[in-house]
Write a protein of this length. Sequence first.
Lengths: 338, 338
Amino acid sequence: MQDEKQARKPTLSEVAALAGVSEITVSRALRGSPSVAGKTLHRVEQAAASLGYVRNRLAGALAGGPSNQVGVILPSLSNIVFPDVLKGLEIRLDQAGFHPVLGISNYDPQQEEQLIHNLLAWRPAGLVIAPSGMTDVSRSLLAGAGLPVVEIMDIDTDPVDMAVGMSHRGAGGDMARHLMAQGYRRFAYLGHDIERDRRACARLTGFREALSEAGLILDACVSLAEPSSVTLGRRGLKQLLAQSDQRPDVVYMSNDDMAVGGVFHCMAQGIRLPQDLALAGFNGLELGQTLPVPLTTTATHRTRIGEIAADCILERLAGREPARSTDVGFTLIAGGTA
Amino acid sequence: MQDEKQARKPTLSEVAALAGVSEITVSRALRGSPSVAGKTLHRVEQAAASLGYVRNRLAGALAGGPSNQVGVILPSLSNIVFPDVLKGLEIRLDQAGFHPVLGISNYDPQQEEQLIHNLLAWRPAGLVIAPSGMTDVSRSLLAGAGLPVVEIMDIDTDPVDMAVGMSHRGAGGDMARHLMAQGYRRFAYLGHDIERDRRACARLTGFREALSEAGLILDACVSLAEPSSVTLGRRGLKQLLAQSDQRPDVVYMSNDDMAVGGVFHCMAQGIRLPQDLALAGFNGLELGQTLPVPLTTTATHRTRIGEIAADCILERLAGREPARSTDVGFTLIAGGTA
DNA sequence: CTGAAAGCGCTAACAT
DNA sequence: ATGTTAGCGCTTTCAG
């Protein structure tokens, strides 16, 4: 080891000098090129270690070498959903020696555009984005970036490059059909700040469409202008029930966090599930499935979305051509709350 | 806008040519230097926009400009705890125009060491790490990196540079004293793969110490070799109760996820909380506080840790000297389960 | 307020 | 298997 405070980090040429070879040989050796003699390799590694050499990938990438950074833009980290996706991304990227560079858009198209610009400035190897209403500028930045781009979560819209996700509209429709099949007829919806969450919006649209096809309607539809949470679901359901003169048969909640809040409200009020009131959520979080009565919901494959998105980037970088759109599907869980 | 597929991105000199000024003037203009005439600035911005210019920060950073990347190493993303910390980091970093570059160590010191090396290769402006048993090499890499480093979560050990967190040992001790004050005498502990989670370990240590000081002991101590989860807590409590010939008064669970699982087990079995059995967790997750009976636990200030860690990095970069160690504390929540 | 020169540390391309 | 040459695109000096 060397001094604790080395102001200037050692460079390739210093390693080269110590090892008695040229810079390029050190470069090749340290990058694991097969065309370096075992003996040379060893000597270079020794020299690098003894100097505490740490490769400068800024210089490498600028000189035309590959980057191992992948830009990742997500709308939020508050709910476990996006960390789950990020986990899948990270696992696969890490295996390939890549790192996610993160940006959070807060569901704001302007922030999103800014982030795309900022992340592109680092010339990443690829970009993964859970879109929040991309602007034309955003789209054109991505189209012109000349790198693999994966839009995740949703496959209801046409992607700039690639897409991995599921149909939220389809999920909403399927849940509506499932609930109708259970015999429910009076439907209500309780959502969080749905203006900003286009995917929650798409589910509601699909839900409505399916009801409509069966000649039914949504009796009540409440959206609260706050991010989703268990607390909000609990409070929201209380409010929804208070303001309905006739209690609905079933409430479709914008996601599991909200739905679990609803379940807790019912528990506290002695409202029996599903006899007195039925509830359905979305996401299939562990939380909802571990309740004494498992939540009726739609399980999504979040980590899988992340993994596949990473694979798309890596495949493309390897010169192959991944599917333009990948549907990871979803699974309706007929739990005990509806 | 320009062609969808621009193979080579425009460079500073192209913008300069179009604007009729020198490269350096464009550089200054685009970085918002005050010493650029308003008229020139405008012309440069026009030129940049019309070419779809995206700054290359690789080149900028290599040439000695500042980096706006901050390496972030976390042990896991599976539990909401670290995403919460990451959220706090991201908020503050984003405000300052910085981005986190992420690495997940999986609680493995070797992976951690590798990550530190990889992230340092990008010459980030700073590094934030939730340590997982740092090796000597890790420590020496950080010490010699010549950049601000913040170790987060824990302040029980001496940091290489700066630390932001709380005393987990203290939290365990406080909970033990709280439970003893409630009159409980037969204590049990239920943990997840605690070998890997040094902070959970520290809490248990503090818990034991406090019992010991009062002349009490831990009657049962079960650790399951799996990551913590609601499911594991539910299953684990069942197992723990089955194998105890005399039921404990109270079970200290390694965290809230585990504890909520325990609560669900009790609900399902008709075990009354806290009369028949008391439970306590750790973290103060929303989940536990929204249960019909709020969980007794220790609230941690996770997002705050992230925010302060980011501030430490930014302060140091601004030339100021932040506190070497920041204790964000914790708050014991005397809920209804103990 | 603007510019010219020099070089950050590395790697691709072309030798040998 | 190793070396030489020539930048990558920007920003830091240092000059006006």
